[in-house]
Write a protein that binds this ligand. Structure first.
Ligand SMILES: NC(=O)c1ccc[n+]([C@@H]2O[C@H](COP(=O)([O-])OP(=O)(O)OC[C@H]3O[C@@H](n4cnc5c(N)ncnc54)[C@H](O)[C@@H]3O)[C@@H](O)[C@H]2O)c1
Ligand SMILES: [Zn+2]
Length: 387
């Protein structure tokens, strides 16, 4: 049976995946630095830590630690690389750190495999839909268009859509497939694309099989309720449970493709058991549907019986995309994977899980506001009332 290393294996996706792989009988090693942002100041008490299967070997350490990674990589034959800094907004002002963890962490792994002649048979990388930037759109006159980031001058005038660069018509969002242009518009996205390209280049040179999975917005039980930088469902949940106002950015019709974490773990498992030729190595893992941010807020409000006011503010974050919906036909065709959990079922279960969590796990009220202030101070969030 394969010996698998999951870097970042104690995180949201990693903890769900570890359980699945242990159930399937794999020998699983988790290497994770238990970053405080995700696991709190006492990681052993966290929901994620308690969820980790007893059968796993757990190593507390950093993917950038050369000596530790030499020892760890020598004891496995397959790597599932999940360890990363993951906040898109935060990446825009914590640039050094995002590059260090995401790019140099990956560089360290590849460097060790190469120079210490470690026999690895497969690497699976957790990449992100963010590498596409705005993604794939259609113009009535010009066909397929991959628009650049939306301009601040338009956003301030409440023009939130993407426009054709040739004729200025409003573009229609269509499912983004893996052959679409990559066009990262955040530092986080740049680091994810760099990870992809490093793995592609070096695995090809070393004749190591690799699979790159581009996850859409992953949600579900275990997602951090304490990290104010990621996870719209967590952020809305906290506000709704405290009956505080929700500030919906733009006009509320911006949309995302939400995929349940159980489906994502299954997708990684399918990538693990599928052998490829070298042509199809990149797969979108998403639901193939988009849900507007307003609909998410209203659905959660209903489940929590909240009295929160939902305010569509017209505020906007620079670098945010307008719409997202993945084309997942390749994953079905080549990985025999498709999403099984509907958003309706998944979000209901998620809301039940949030309510079952102790108060101490939840984000402190002020933390989310502070994270928005950090963006505002740097001109990355435009707040119509104060700016
Ligand atoms: N959650 C999503 O919506 C989503 C979407 C697209 C891609 N991804 C990617 O999936 C992967 C996992 O994401 P997640 O949502 O589980 O995030 P997460 O933050 O819950 O998990 C990441 C884990 O990595 C660990 N980690 C961070 N820096 C590390 C370091 N230097 N050394 C060792 N461990 C370190 C953290 O402690 C954490 O346990 C990431 O690569 C992320 O970019 C996630
Ligand atoms: Zn056009």
């Amino acid at each position: 049976m394969k010996k698998i290393l999951i870097t970042g294996g104690a995180g949201f996706i990693g903890s769900t995946l570890s359980r699945l792989l242990v159930l399937k009988g794999y020998n699983v090693t988790i290497l994770d630095n238990f970053s405080e942002k995700i696991h709190g100041d006492n990681y052993m008490e966290s929901f994620l830590f308690k969820k980790l299967p007893l059968e796993c070997r757990i190593i507390k350490g950093d993917v950038r630690d050369k000596q530790l990674m030499i020892e760890t990589l020598n004891s496995v034959d397959t790597i599932i690389h999940l360890a990363a800094e993951t906040g898109t907004g935060q990446s825009m002002y914590d640039i050094d750190n995002y590059f260090d963890v995401n790019v140099m962490g990956t560089a360290n792994i590849l460097d060790i495999i190469t120079n210490h002649k470690i026999k690895i048979s497969k690497i699976i990388l957790a990449s992100s839909r963010s590498v596409y930037g705005e993604g794939k759109y259609l113009c009535e006159n010009h066909g397929v268009i991959y628009p650049d980031s939306r301009k601040q001058s338009r956003l301030v005038n409440e023009k939130y859509d993407c426009y054709c660069p040739h004729c200025d018509l409003v573009l229609k969002s269509i499912p983004t497939d893996e052959k679409s242009w990559t066009n990262p518009d955040s530092i986080y996205a740049v680091t994810k694309l760099a990870q992809e390209q490093m793995i592609k280049a070096q695995c090809a040179a070393l004749n190591i099989e690799y699979t790159i999975l581009r996850f859409q917005n992953v949600y579900g039980a275990g997602q951090s309720l304490t990290n104010p930088y990621t996870g719209i469902l967590s952020i809305f949940s906290r506000l709704l449970l405290e009956n505080q106002e929700i500030n919906i950015f733009e006009d509320g019709y911006e949309s995302r493709d939400f995929i349940n974490v159980e489906d994502v773990a299954e997708g990684i498992y399918k990538a693990l058991i599928t052998n490829f030729d070298t042509t199809n190595t990149v797969f979108n893992i998403g639901s193939g549907n988009s849900i507007s941010v307003l609909e998410i807020a209203e659905t959660l409000k209903k489940y929590y019986h909240s009295k929160s006011n939902i305010r569509i503010s017209g505020d906007f974050r620079l670098g945010d995309i307008r719409h997202n919906k993945a084309d997942v036909t390749y994953a079905l065709e080549y990985l025999n994977w498709e999403p099984r959990i509907s958003f309706e079922d998944g979000i209901k279960k998620f809301a039940e899980w949030v309510q079952s969590q102790k108060e101490s796990y939840k984000m402190k009220s002020s933390q989310y506001d502070e994270s928005l202030d950090e963006l505002k101070e740097r001109g990355l969030l435009v707040d119509r009332n104060n700016n």
